[in-house]
Design a protein around this ligand. Structure first.
Ligand code: MEV
Length: 425
């Protein structure tokens, strides 16, 4: 099989046929196929070691977004999410992006910031200077904590020190700048922060309280860009609508929250599928969106000289391939193999591309027919299943409810009763 991620009518296959194609694409082993097939793939004893007070596991649907072409490479993208339409939307946008070459990405490296909070010093600005002068000692202590990271080319590279005013008085914040390579970095950075705290206390003549990573990962940014052909999008009007939708988000925080939520639909779904800390992703995304003091869209939409829509995204995406659930959850491991990413930063770039694709799909739908038709189709199917419809009854009932615009349990039940009565005649 050729390694294209553009698989015609993938959505029409049944789950086992889809998995067969994914297996060929990613060269999955029998065991990897099995963990994906067995609902959730996470055994209880492993779950019991991952968190506390475990009573079970809770699977959610895992879909594959097709057609992603990123920096000239094809990706099938695993997305774990409970919301309908997200996987289809990502695939559809990715297919449209291919027409003009797909997604192009860049990054600032896998660099995280750890903060050490010092309080109670008499002269905060003098303490700041003394801490900067102690940089070599601080970096050496930090790097002594993680020889493997250093061997891989990572580690604490620099410090930054700032004085901030707070309601409890001035504080001196020392920031460790740590290249985390293929780790998300929370463990490495927190360990380093705790290790250097006594040096900070001694040098600043202060009391240290917090020693912790920052999720506002401004030194771990990824960017993606894609051009969407105006004809493929549906013409000038649609492009115009997308630009107006972006302008609305840029001007109004109420719209902007939803705009960014749509982006995170894609990013979080890949994050869950690949065993990432999605709370860290959300915290990073929204704090970055508000970094200027005004909550702003994570994407920008412009029109080029041909009238095509050009979308760009820039945001922090702190993800890892080693450590955490990515390294232990069998389905996350299989998903990373399906993606075929070779580094954490490549994973982050794929996620940024998915976020941009998701945003395009949302804005295009909202600016044209709205999102409810697509949503409602699946919603109607779910309602039909809930009232007990089976096999072909599901589609018949769902379609009738969509046509009638009455997508409700009572109507689904009526239609099911009618169908059952008809078939027993
Ligand atoms: C729904 O989960 C996401 C959208 O609301 C995003 C948006 O409005 O841009 C469709």
């Amino acid at each position: 099989m050729s390694r294209t991620s553009q698989i015609a009518e993938f959505y029409k296959l049944d789950p086992s046929e889809r998995l067969k194609l994914v297996r060929e694409f990613a060269n999955l082993s029998d065991d990897e196929v099995k963990v994906i097939q067995v609902s959730g793939g996470l055994k209880l004893d492993l779950a019991d070691r991952m968190i506390e007070n475990v009573i079970g596991t809770m699977p959610i649907p895992l879909g594959i977004a097709t057609s992603f072409l990123i920096n000239g490479r094809d990706y099938l993208v695993p997305m774990a999410i409970e919301e309908a339409s997200v996987v289809a939307a990502a695939s559809n946008s990715a297919k449209m992006a291919r027409v003009k070459g797909g997604f192009l990405t860049s990054n600032t490296g896998p660099v995280m910031i750890g903060q050490i909070q010092a309080v109670g010093m008499k002269n905060p600005f003098a303490a700041k200077m003394d801490l900067i002068a102690a940089k070599d000692e601080i970096l050496k202590k930090a790097n002594d904590q993680d020889p493997i990271l250093i061997k891989l080319g990572g580690g604490a590279k620099d410090i930054e020190v700032k004085v901030i005013d707070t309601i409890t008085g001035p504080m001196v914040i020392t920031e460790l700048i740590v290249d985390c390579r293929d780790a998300m970095g929370a463990n490495a950075v927190n360990t380093m922060c705790e290790a250097v705290a006594p040096i900070v206390e001694r040098v600043a003549k202060a009391r240290v309280y917090l020693r912790i990573i920052s999720n506002l990962a401004t030194k771990r940014l990824v960017r993606a860009k894609a051009v969407f052909d105006k004809e493929v999008l549906g013409g000038d009007e649609v492009v115009e609508g997308i630009i107006h939708a972006y302008a609305f988000a840029a001007a109004d925080p109420y719209r902007c929250a939803t705009h960014n939520k749509g982006i995170m639909n894609g990013i979080v779904a890949v994050g869950i599928g690949c065993g990432q800390d999605i709370r860290a992703l959300e915290a990073g995304a929204h704090s970055y969106a508000a970094r200027s003091g005004r909550y702003s869209p994570l994407t920008v939409w412009e029109k080029n000289e041909n009238g095509d829509a050009v979308g760009t995204i820039e945001m922090p995406i702190a993800v890892g391939l080693i450590g955490g659930a990515a390294a232990v959850h069998p389905v996350a491991k299989a998903n990373l193999k399906i993606l075929g990413v070779r580094s954490a930063i490549e994973l982050a770039e794929v996620m940024a591309s998915v976020g941009l694709a998701q945003n395009l799909a949302a804005l295009r739908a909202l600016a044209a027919e709205g999102i409810q038709r697509g949503h409602m189709k699946l919603h109607a199917r779910n309602i039909a299943v809930t009232v007990g419809a089976k096999a072909e009854q599901i589609d018949i009932i769902a379609q009738r409810m969509v046509e009638e615009r009455r997508i409700r349990m009572d109507r689904a039940k009526e239609l099911l009763d009618e169908l059952t009565a008809k078939s027993s005649r």
